[in-house]
Design a protein around this ligand. Structure first.
Ligand code: COA
Length: 485
């Protein structure tokens, strides 16, 4: 894309961008011309807009076809980001340290000799090349990659990229169009040099202090909001930078700090922090229980963050079945149907129960009554009964149930992938569905699987150059390096 875009930009310079589509539009239909000339600003902004494709949806490439990524990521946060970009069609070239590769290849190994699920589930649709970035011949290959890629994504410890010699100035000089995207634990400030993992970010981003029960310790959540959440934020930053580059012709730095990413996801809790100044948080269970608030947003147990009282209630089979529970919300608009369902129709009009305010001090009593009803049925029966009258509820689905859920398989959210070493395994496919950029999940690469292909086909090294680079030991594990020397 880097080269193609340069050509396009050159064309755009010699011909005013607005003219070409205006002429195209004129051929296509008269009203389009009228519309275009009536709004000159819009005409200019859409100066390079091609005619709508005549190919069937899903058959005209993918959203990021033509974008090439130098993927210098490892563990979870960065790989989540580049995997998403790969699903949207970007050519993601994962650079790994010879011999070891991404450390997750060997973490939580379940099948001896095979890349772990930790690695395979975060690195689909990518190619792998091994390069020792601290070797002069390794740097030669990296230079070539920098020149031919659109985006460099990394999540090394603070300063590691600079220590390799890959400073922003260096990269930008080689390729002014390069977008350099980084995940770090913290943004600029007192903690910027710290290494950070998932749970560190959950704690530093405000999530842990607001998760759990009031009378218990802070809790981290199972959803990887620090790693995968920040990777998701970074992907948005990258596609936005790619979009801006169409106009400016230059790359930029994109930084997502994990602390910031978590805080963004815990936004409603900073909302509550400020509301505390104006009185108690009435939708929190502790208000109804008469327990005073402190000076910071408290842990809310299973209360809903949206202001509607909600609890997790037992269903048939609980507590022996650890997941026989349902999330139940007493939303004000559906209070009537709730009362009818649980067999308390008088609560609809009884002033003690009829309004949300009247119900606040009685939430324990109300949820106990609802639970007496939910315990007579399975969570799925409760879900069916409630949804029939538009009461939203959430069955607590186990990972086993999710893995077996047919509808998730049908939509490609849960996919079965075949791997040459480990065989078949389940993964989570692209959760973002697009009608003209359809994701197929392909297996993660073996370590260095595409080294030759990338050197010759992507970077154009001749056979003698490849031999020179390989013989230098820059692409091989230390033992092999010794032999080569
Ligand atoms: N060739 C040669 N050296 C390489 C290399 C390659 N292909 N790839 C990595 N290295 C080197 C780095 O240059 C670095 O060397 P240096 O410390 O001498 O500069 C070294 O490997 C270790 O990299 P680092 O990123 O420090 O790994 P780590 O295992 O010590 O730390 C993290 C891991 C995740 C804690 C750290 O990378 C980090 O804080 N990242 C930012 C936040 C983040 O993404 N955290 C979540 C991860 S899911």
């Amino acid at each position: 894309m880097a080269k193609k875009k340069l050509k396009k930009a050159a064309k755009a310079k010699s011909k005013p961008a607005a003219k070409k589509p205006a002429r195209k539009a004129a051929k296509a239909s008269k009203p389009a011309v009228k519309k275009a000339s009536a709004k000159p600003a819009a005409k200019k902004a859409n100066g390079n807009t091609p005619r709508p494709s005549s190919k069937p949806y899903g058959m005209d490439g993918k959203a990021l076809t033509g974008v090439r990524i130098l993927d210098f990521t490892h563990v979870q946060s960065g790989p989540t980001c580049t995997q998403l970009l790969a699903w949207f069609g970007a050519d993601v070239i994962k650079v790994e340290r010879p011999g070891v590769g991404d450390i997750t290849r060997g973490q939580l190994v379940d099948v001896k000799g095979a890349d772990s699920l930790y690695f395979t589930m975060l690195n689909h649709n990518k190619r792998s090349i091994t390069i020792d970035s601290k070797h002069p011949q390794g740097m030669r290959v990296l230079n070539a990659l920098i020149k031919s890629c659109d985006v460099l994504v990394e999540n090394f410890a603070p300063g590691a990229l600079d220590r390799m010699g890959l400073t922003w100035d260096y990269i930008h000089k080689l390729n002014p169009r390069m977008i350099v995207a980084s995940v770090k634990g913290f943004g600029p400030g007192p903690y910027e040099d710290c290494k950070v993992y998932e749970n560190v970010a959950q704690c530093a981003g405000g999530s842990a202090s607001t998760t759990g029960f009031r009378d218990g310790p802070p809790l981290v959540t199972g959803a990887q909001i620090g790693d995968s959440g920040t990777g998701l934020h970074l992907a948005l930053g990258i596609v936005s930078a790619l979009y801006q580059r169409i106009r400016t012709g230059r790359g930029q730095k994109v930084l997502c700090a994990m602390q910031d990413g978590v805080l963004n996801l815990a936004r409603v809790k900073l909302r509550d922090q400020q509301r505390l100044k104006h009185g108690p948080l009435t939708e929190y269970s502790q208000y109804g229980e008469g327990i005073p608030f402190g000076d910071a947003t408290p842990r809310a147990g299973n209360d809903s963050g949206g202001g509607q009282p909600g609890r997790i209630l037992k269903c048939k089979g609980a507590p022996e079945d650890p997941n026989a529970y349902i999330y139940f919300i007493t939303q004000a608009p559906v209070w009537g149907p709730i009362c009818d369902l649980i067999g308390e129709p008088t609560w609809k009009t009884d002033p003690e129960f009829a309004t949300p305010r009247a119900r606040l001090p009685k939430l324990n009593q109300i949820f106990a009554r609802i639970e007496a009803w939910t315990m007579t049925m399975t969570k799925f029966d409760v879900m069916n009964a409630c949804n029939a009258v538009d009461i939203p509820v959430g069955p607590i689905l186990s990972m086993k149930e999710i893995a077996e859920e047919k509808s998730l398989r049908d939509t490609g959210t849960v996919v079965e992938v075949d791997h040459p070493v480990r065989g078949k395994y389940l993964s989570v496919g692209n959760p973002i569905k697009m009608s003209d950029s359809i994701s197929e999940v392909t297996r993660s690469p073996l370590l260095g699987e595409h080294t030759d292909e990338i050197l010759t086909k992507v970077l154009g090294f001749k056979a003698n150059e490849v031999a020179e680079i390989k013989n230098s030991g820059a692409l091989s594990a230390p033992e092999k390096k010794e032999k080569a020397a």
